[in-house]
Each structure stands twice: as C-alpha cells, then as structure tokens.
Design a protein around this ligand. Structure first.
Ligand code: IPM
Ligand code: MG
Length: 361
C-alpha cells in the first residue's frame, strides 16, 4: 500500500481546528485511494514558544525536510506582540519557507457558483473568475538585508537576484501554459529598482514561452483592476509583499478569505500546504471559522505532491456540493440563513469525498 508521510503543523489560534478538518477529509480518502497518510505532528510558531522552544524548533524543521509534504494551519497570536522580533511566531513560518526553499506560492482564486452572493462585489463581476496568483515567497522585503530597527529609524530591503526572479517566472509561465495562457506580471517598475530587474527578467523568460501572452501591470493598478474587472486575469505573477497583499484582496472575490487555499513549492519536490489566511486568535476554539481554505489546501497536496489529481477534484466537488446544500460557516452564510460550525463542515465534506461521484458537479 502506498504511504505518504505528512508533517502536520497545526500552529496557533484557529490552526488546530481547521487542520483537523483537512485531516478528516484525507482520512476519508484513504480507503478510496488505497493508500495511507502517515501523520507526524510538530510545533511551530506560538505553539512552539508555549513549550519553551524557538518559533521553528530544530526537530520540526527536520521532520518537515524528511516528510513528503507539510500541512500547516496558521501561526501568530496577539499575546506574542511584545516578544523580541526574531522570536515572533511568524518567524517560524518564514524560516520554514526559507529553509525548505519554498519559493513559489500558488494561490488559486475561484468563484464558487453558490457563493456569488457571499462576495461584497456584484455577482456578475465575479461569476466565472478563475485566477492563479503566483507569489514569490522567499525573497523581497520579507528576507532582504540590510534590515534595521532602532527607536527612531527602521528599514527593510526589497532585494531580488536575477535567478530568484527567473525561477518564479518559470513557475508562473508553466501555470499559464496549463491554464488560459495569459500571464500578468505585477510590479512597480516605474519606481523600484527591484521591480525593473523583475520586469526585464520576466521578459527574458517569456522568450522561451511564446505560447503565453505576457502583460505587465503596476501593483497599484493591479489592486484596482482586481476589483474593477477580475475576469481579465488568468495567472498573476508577483513578488512576495505585493503577492501577500493582492492575494488577500483577491480572496474576497471568492466570498471570503476562508476560501483561499495555497501551495508553496520548491526544489526537490518539497512542498507545504496551508490556507492563505491567518490564525484569527479571537475565534480560536469556537468551532466557528471556515475550514474550506485548509481543506482545499489538502486537495492541492493530493494533486501536486502525491499525484492524486482525481481525488483533488473529488474534494473540490464535495466542497461545491456542501455549499450548494446551503451548509456554510458564518463568513459565507447569507443573512438569516443557518450557520454551520467548523467541525460539521469538515464532516460534510469528508462524508461526500468518501463516496465520490465520477465527475464534477
Ligand atoms: C500569508 C501570511 C504570512 C505572510 C504571515 C503570517 C507571515 O500573511 O501566508 O499570507 O505574510 O506571508
Ligand atoms: Mg498574508
């Protein structure tokens, strides 16, 4: 029987309860796929700090490097706001992304038909959107040196090398080739030197991908266009910080940040799967938040890390069928409709994937 070793890092806030739902769905698929998911849990972020460890404990990193895939909930909690910056929970996640060289973050933004009215935008603007945000994940402002903070002055450095831009651009072109063959590279090349290098490099990579039509957009314009006419986008390629911001913005096209899954991939088949949203500590332990982003991240794991594309589609179908049945968490429920808890949403989706239908619906 095929076995797949998954390092599970529930993390902080709502992390544990949303990860539990994704695991439920994976477990429900074991008999259908005839495989076994070997789960090994470890601490990261605030959960590691609680146990007197650094935000990315050595044993957690080792487990992740040895695993076939990493499945993460979320990190961060207000209670660590005053800790030394290098011990903040978020550092655990950033160090893990860097140590695993997960430079490509894929965030699919898709309109689910039953949720057209859950978005703050008009249904006709979002009906049919299908965007892949390709965010560079291990460079830019998040990691650039020098970096300094003193009481009266502080700075970060937006720094990119050409090879860093080349490798993420190749991922984005490959995505575009599999999809609608349109790639929009987002930068701020009218102002920033790092963006000028970014644009030149993307142009060079484009020469090897003549079947993809490439456009460039300044990030301020892209933020506006995403709301004005999101259907113009197929694949969006952008650097780390712009991608962080634009993907949160784009998630509202789906109705909720709670719907936005993500896969972070790198060399050597390493990959981590996590929802794009944060740890929402104020909702922790209330069985309230939307686990769909985390469940859909597990679907991305099945597809990208383990080659079960069909099972990923079953999860997508199960999510759609759950939404169609009007089963929703508070963030996507229509006014006056009944609200379902995190764990029950997990049950509903797990129930549907254990008896998958052959085609999408
Ligand atoms: C995300 C998150 C992280 C980021 C935080 C938690 C460090 O916002 O994955 O989008 O900024 O990358
Ligand atoms: Mg973010």
């Amino acid at each position: 029987m095929a076995t797949h070793k998954i390092a599970v890092l529930p993390g902080d806030g709502i992390g544990p309860e949303i990860v539990e739902q994704g695991i439920k769905v994976l477990k429900a698929l074991e008999p259908v796929l005839g495989c076994e998911f070997l789960l090994e849990y470890a601490d990261i972020g605030g959960a590691a700090l609680e146990h007197g460890k650094p935000p990315l404990p050595e044993e957690t990193l080792k487990l992740c490097l040895d695993a076939d895939a990493v499945y993460l909930g979320a990190v961060g909690d207000y209670k660590w706001d005053n800790i030394e910056p290098e011990r903040r929970p978020e550092q655990g996640l950033l160090q893990l992304r860097k140590a695993m060289e997960l430079y490509a973050n894929l965030r699919p933004v898709k309109a689910y038909q039953p949720l057209l009215h859950a978005s703050t935008l008009k249904p006709e603007i979002i009906d049919g959107i299908d965007i892949m945000v390709v965010r560079e994940l291990t460079g830019g402002l998040y990691f650039g040196k020098p970096r300094m903070k003193e009481p009266h002055e502080a700075f970060d450095t937006m720094r990119y090398t050409k090879p860093e831009v080349e490798r993420i651009a190749k991922v984005a072109f490959a995505q575009a080739q599999k999809r609608g063959k349109n790639l929009c590279s987002v930068d701020k090349a009218n102002v920033l030197a790092s963006s000028q290098l970014w644009r030149e490099t993307v142009e060079e990579v484009a020469k090897a991908h003549p079947d993809v039509s490439l456009t460039h957009m300044y990030v301020d314009n892209a933020a506006m266009q995403l709301i004005r006419n999101p259907k113009q986008f197929d694949v969006i390629l952008t650097e780390n910080t712009f991608g962080d911001i634009l993907s949160d913005e784009a998630s509202m096209l789906t109705g909720s940040l709670g719907m936005l899954a993500s896969a972070s991939i790198g060399e050597h088949h390493r990959a981590m799967y996590e929802p794009s949203h944060g740890s929402a500590p104020k909702y922790a332990g209330q069985n309230k938040v939307n686990p769909i982003a985390t469940i859909m991240s597990a679907a991305m794991m099945l597809d990208y890390s383990f080659g079960y594309a069909q099972a990923a589609q079953w999860i997508d179908d199960a999510v759609l069928s759950t939404l169609k049945a009007g089963i929703r968490t508070y963030d996507i429920a229509e006014p006056g409709a009944s609200i379902t808890g995190t764990s029950q949403i997990g049950d509903e989706i797990a129930k549907r994937v254990s008896k998958p239908v052959a085609t999408g619906g």
